[in-house]
Design a protein around this ligand. Structure first.
Ligand SMILES: [Zn+2]
Ligand SMILES: [Zn+2]
Length: 245
């Protein structure tokens, strides 16, 4: 499938058109720098640091040599592959913060365009699109799941069903910030449960805003595979460096 085919899907076209209409009614501010006029300005776009081409084929982490990274060689992940669009820094970091905590939900549509382009370049074969779930308490407090705001336009653009209830977070976890890899893994271990009817024999694409160690995607993938999913891929907009300091 090419980008052209995706851009011609009428429902996706309509979705983008609706957001453009809202921009006209309520002129937006850039989610990256606050400048008036656009949801995501050209300066912020040009400041994005894309991930280098040389990444580990499984976890998508930046590697110096080719082939699997040390971590994946020692401990292969349960998912097939995880990829991200850009480094979690600067204006992208600001925009994702606004998308997650400041109810700047219009950013989902515009940033998802990059996820769509990335997905199409990867030629993965998926049946359903699933956002990484958040817990019930966090959902009630925030009112929405930021991963869904990226997953919905992507699902519309690629013509695959969005399954909001395929994964459920069954316990709250503490923030992964400042945790080591082992702590991150145990923090999210068995935190998710998949719906067997929805995922059985399916190739699943999980969407999230940011990945760091990939521990959350890994925990989701494990739950999906235990429920009978055929295989699992993960796509995130940003990739943060694991800060073990
Ligand atoms: Zn900007
Ligand atoms: Zn790896």
């Amino acid at each position: 499938m090419t980008a052209l085919v995706a851009s011609q899907r009428p429902v996706y076209h309509l979705y983008r058109f609706a957001w453009a209409g809202l921009d006209w009614l309520y002129p937006p501010y850039c989610g990256g720098c606050g400048k008036a006029g656009q949801r995501w300005c050209l300066d912020c776009q040009q400041n994005v640091q894309l991930l280098p081409a040389n990444v580990c084929p499984r976890c998508g982490d930046v590697v110096k040599s080719t082939g699997l990274c040390e971590q994946c060689r020692a401990n292969p992940p349960t998912y097939e592959a995880l990829r991200s669009w850009a480094i979690f820094s600067g204006s992208l970091r600001n925009a994702l913060h606004r998308l997650k905590y400041k109810r700047d939900i219009a950013l989902g549509e515009i940033l998802a365009r990059h996820l769509i382009a990335l997905y199409l370049s990867l030629k993965w074969d998926v049946d359903i699109v699933v956002p990484t779930p958040i817990g019930v308490a966090r959902r009630a407090e925030r009112g929405y799941n930021q991963a869904t705001l990226l997953a919905l336009p992507l699902a519309l653009a690629i013509g695959k069903p969005l399954r909001l209830h395929a994964l459920r977070k069954i316990r709250e976890t503490r923030t992964q910030v400042g945790l080591s890899l082992a702590e991150r893994r145990s923090n999210v271990h068995q935190a998710f449960q998949a719906n067997i009817e929805m995922v059985r024999s399916k190739s699943v694409l999980i969407i999230d805003d940011v990945a760091t160690s990939g521990a959350t995607i890994q925990a989701c993938a494990t739950a999906l595979l235990e429920a009978g999913a055929r295989r699992v891929f993960g796509l995130t907009l940003a990739r943060a460096a694991l800060d073990l300091a």
